[in-house]
Design a protein around this ligand. Structure first.
Ligand SMILES: [Zn+2]
Length: 268
């Protein structure tokens, strides 16, 4: 198949992405749609025609722009390199193994945090923010300062310390309080300053309990990230107890939906 013959294929991808662009989806929602396009490309088109590499590159760049900037045009520096996005979940990426990994070159190294992030009980929006957080790719204020985007690096939640990954997610009084409430309720050790280290050390025999604790940890990471957005945009500081109550309800609902109350000893 010649490059010129593929213009209809590229047009179709652009049309679909423009249609989605109007829907104002979250990163997680956009990722699901991209997964859909690339899976179709792989399972339908690529099995009928040999698609030229330049066309794959073009479609890849359209999907990359849509993920990070909600448009088919380049609009924002990607938080994570596309090769990493396209990796299988076990290898630190975001896609189910066997889907569109063929777009990626290079060796694969399994990461031990993938069950924490890509836990089947986690909401996609929690998982996506967790995936960025665990790689320290969220735009915390220290990074924004380095890029020259902002001039005030003070944490919007406590207004006493500079905001960086470590401060925002662990040592800010707000975050410490949230982690403490969650730890006391779950009755298991939780991360205190390094979620990667915690993930490699914490062991649990019950798969369901492990999945629920992982879901709670990733939910809290998401809520801490959203808390600084709320502070900056709505000029109010969320209350740790309210965030904790929301996560507790979420975990209780997950637990009930599993209808396995007698299978493990977590007191809910
Ligand atoms: Zn703070």
């Amino acid at each position: 198949m010649a490059v010129g013959d593929c213009s209809r294929l590229i047009e179709k991808v652009v049309e679909r992405i423009r249609g989605w662009g109007a829907r104002k989806l979250s990163y997680a929602g956009r990722l699901v749609l991209i997964n859909d396009v690339l899976t179709q490309l792989h399972s339908f088109w690529a099995r009928i025609f040999i698609i030229p590499l330049t066309v794959i590159d073009k479609i890849t760049s359209i999907c990359r722009n849509y993920l990070w900037a909600s448009s088919d045009k380049y609009g924002r520096v990607p938080a994570v390199a596309w090769d990493q996005v396209c990796l299988g979940k076990k290898y630190g990426g975001t896609v189910h193994c066997g889907q569109w990994i063929y777009l990626v070159a290079g060796g694969l190294v399994k990461v031990d945090w993938w069950p924490l992030i890509w836990n089947r009980l986690s909401l996609p929006k929690y998982a996506f923010i967790g995936w960025l957080m665990i790689q320290e790719r969220l735009y915390t204020k220290d990074r924004m300062l380095r890029f020259g985007v902002i001039s005030d690096g003070l944490c919007d939640i406590c207004r006493t310390q500079m905001e960086d990954h470590q401060h925002l997610f662990y040592s800010c009084d707000f975050s410490t309080r949230c982690w403490t409430l969650l730890r006391e309720w779950l009755g298991v050790p939780l991360p205190t300053n390094d979620v990667l280290h915690w993930c490699s050390m914490w062991r649990c025999r019950s798969l369901l309990k492990k999945q629920l604790v992982y879901a709670a940890v990733v939910a809290l990471i998401y809520h801490i990230w959203m808390a600084q957005n709320v502070c900056r945009e709505e000029h109010r500081v969320p209350i740790p107890r309210q965030i904790f109550n929301e996560i507790r309800r979420y975990i209780q609902n997950l637990y009930r939906s599993k209808e396995m109350m007698s299978r493990f000893s977590l007191v809910l």
